[in-house]
Design a protein around this ligand. Structure first.
Ligand code: NAG
Ligand code: NAG
Ligand code: NAG
Ligand code: NAG
Ligand code: NAG
Ligand code: NAG
Length: 537
């Protein structure tokens, strides 16, 4: 008897510990999903996750004598998930410091000295020749591109030379044979802050910008033989940094009625959630926040609506977490991968067609580093031995998003109502039927946290039409499968896994066994802090 009593007591003791841990660490939410998309759904482009590359070191990304295998592989992994490689825009800050020369073969760059805040500064002067643009042939077949043209220098001759060189490259047999396609030219990067960057006087306004842009872009568009917004090549407008000038403002100033303006098919704005140009301390937790993600995007609604009202597409043509190449401990972490998922999908629900994540050699916020680095991206210190090409955590965010987007090109997105301040959820529909859902738990679990890691239990409910009992029974009995983005800590910079696999390999190809979890829909799913899960119905 005493033995039996001891056994019972120990069971009770054990159970109570389990129960109290459960109460201390877990919460639950009910999430309701419609089987068909609601009227506010938005289309998901297969190229939702696209990239913007800093123009100065473009040959490092593409490869010079042969393709950069790491770039090609990293982009191809994304293409396998959606059926189309990410779009590539080459331009940004160095776009307005680039000059074409008949005597340069590829490029000659002048770089300022590096420092601890900016270990890999942008070139201040870039001279390019014809072969520079022909390197486009090294991207994966089917890649669509946007190329930047210098407006900053206010030199029509140079803008025309650049436009002609770009067109000549894409008419060449090698580029044509590669299946890489030029969609757009962009004349001027972040022209709204030219008075800040010193490219125009302090009294620079949108009223002065519009005729200035028309005079330079007009000549470039003419030289390129671009005839209107229906392509094959057309013009990307705005590309503004802040909301100092807005698309609505330049529409009102009549930009779209001008000759080059009539060739604008797409409007681009840029967005960063913070700025590291002079350093600073940014808490990772400020990024792992549903309300901060939404707060950084809702301000674009009016411009998106005004753009769509004119029949033009709208993109965030340059974006990432923190301007000036990212901040250490934030942009290069696993937490930023989760931020990327929520930020991108939230933008998609607002009608943003694509987000071009800005990348440069050695930048902290890169999804991947395509060449070996000799200096630390964090503080610029010399590395003992070069750090080989590798992916960074943000890359996993793109894998989750592209799996969510899927391959049909018909997917639509709806945000789910998740009554938890840290958990975001989205549903994807294919041909009008619920296909996938993704949940992102932004609650941060840091390396310094101890004890039990909190988790949220998500109970799913599906809305069926009245009397659709057999449909309901069929749905509930489906064999749903989950894939998880597993992260040890939000502030980790490596060791993430997507569906059991690591992409931290020397060729960006996954290694390890794929892990799929069987989901019993009536039982719901658990989602730990700092984790994302994708359910395929
Ligand atoms: C979820 O829904 C069930 C059934 O309607 C209800 O009993 C439960 O309290 C709900 N849970 C939460 C967290 O709202
Ligand atoms: C404009 O560009 C052309 C061609 O590169 C160059 O010859 C000329 O000097 C430039 N003009 C000015 C004012 O810099
Ligand atoms: C640039 O112009 C804007 C108004 O368009 C003004 O608010 C800002 O202070 C100016 N910046 C500089 C550095 O002159
Ligand atoms: C702006 O300032 C420049 C010189 O800094 C001057 O030449 C120009 O006339 C000014 N423009 C306007 C519209 O005031
Ligand atoms: C934008 O995001 C940053 C970092 O996540 C956050 O600190 C800031 O408050 C957000 N801004 C708005 C307007 O929500
Ligand atoms: C690293 O150093 C090597 C050897 O000097 C050089 O070829 C390479 O371009 C450097 N890498 C970067 C990213 O600057």
């Amino acid at each position: 008897m005493p033995n039996r009593f001891a056994l019972v007591m120990s069971r009770i003791f054990h159970l109570s510990i389990v129960a109290s841990l459960y109460i201390a660490t877990s919460s639950a939410v009910n999430v309701s999903l419609l089987l068909s998309p609601s009227s506010g759904s938005q289309s998901l482009a297969r190229t939702l996750v696209s990239f913007s590359l800093e123009q100065d070191r473009w040959p490092d990304w593409s490869g010079v004598h042969s393709r950069n295998e790491f770039t090609h592989s990293a982009l191809s992994q994304y293409a396998e998930l959606t059926g189309e490689p990410p779009k590539i825009r080459v331009g940004a800050d160095s776009e307005d410091h680039t000059f074409w020369s008949p005597t340069v073969t590829i490029n000659e760059d002048e770089f300022p000295p590096a420092n601890t805040i900016t270990p890999y500064p942008e070139a201040t002067h870039i001279t390019v020749g014809n072969e520079y643009y022909e390197l486009s042939r090294f991207l994966p077949r089917g890649t669509h591109m946007t190329w930047g043209i210098n407006l900053g220098a206010d030199n029509v001759t140079n803008a025309v030379n650049m436009a002609k060189a770009i067109m000549r490259a894409f008419r060449s047999n090698t580029v044509k044979a590669s299946g890489v396609i030029l969609d757009l030219i962009e004349v001027g990067n972040e022209a709204d802050i030219y008075n800040y960057t010193g490219l125009r006087p302090q009294n620079w306004t949108a009223e002065v910008y519009v005729p200035d842009w028309i005079s330079v872009a007009g000549a470039a568009v003419e030289a390129a033989g671009i005839r209107g917004r229906y392509g094959p090549v057309s013009v990307q407008g705005a590309a503004f940094a802040t909301q100092q000038f807005t698309p609505r403002e330049i529409f009102d100033l009549g930009i779209l009625d001008s000759k080059p303006g009539k060739a604008i098919s797409q409007i681009s704005q840029h967005q960063y959630s913070a700025v590291f140009c002079n350093g600073g301390d940014f808490p990772l937790t400020s990024f792992m926040s549903k309300s901060a993600v939404r707060g950084n995007l809702t301000g674009f609604k009016d411009d998106i609506a005004a753009t769509h009202a004119r029949g033009l597409t709208y993109v965030l043509g340059e974006t990432n977490s923190i301007a000036c190449h990212g901040a250490p401990g934030v942009s290069n972490t696993a937490g930023a991968a989760l931020w990327t998922i929520d930020y991108t999908l939230q933008a998609a629900t607002l009608g943003v067609k694509e987000l071009f994540f800005h990348e440069g050699i050695g930048y902290k916020y890169n999804f991947f580093q395509p060449v070996a680095l000799n200096r630390s991206t964090i503080d610029g210190s010399e590395l003992d031995s070069p750090l080989a090409s590798h992916i960074q955590p943000g890359y996993y965010g793109g894998l989750v998003i592209n799996t969510f987007v899927g391959k049909t090109g018909s997917a639509k997105i709806v945000e789910l109502d998740v009554d938890d301040e840290n958990v975001a959820g989205y549903a994807a529909y294919e041909y009008g039927r619920l296909a996938r859902a993704v949940f992102i738990n932004l609650h941060s679990w840091l390396a310094s946290n101890t004890g039990a890691r909190p988790s949220v239990h998500i109970d799913l409910d599906f809305a069926f039409a009245k009397g659709a009992q057999s449909e309901a029974n069929e749905f509930w009995s489906r064999k749903a499968v989950a894939k998880r983005l597993a992260i040890e800590h939000a502030d980790d910079t490596e060791n993430l896994k997507w569906a059991g696999q690591s992409y931290e390999t020397n060729d960006a190809r996954p290694k390890g066994r794929i892990v799929l979890e069987r989901v019993v829909l009536s039982e719901g799913i658990d989602l730990r802090s700092t984790e994302a899960v994708l359910v395929e119905f």
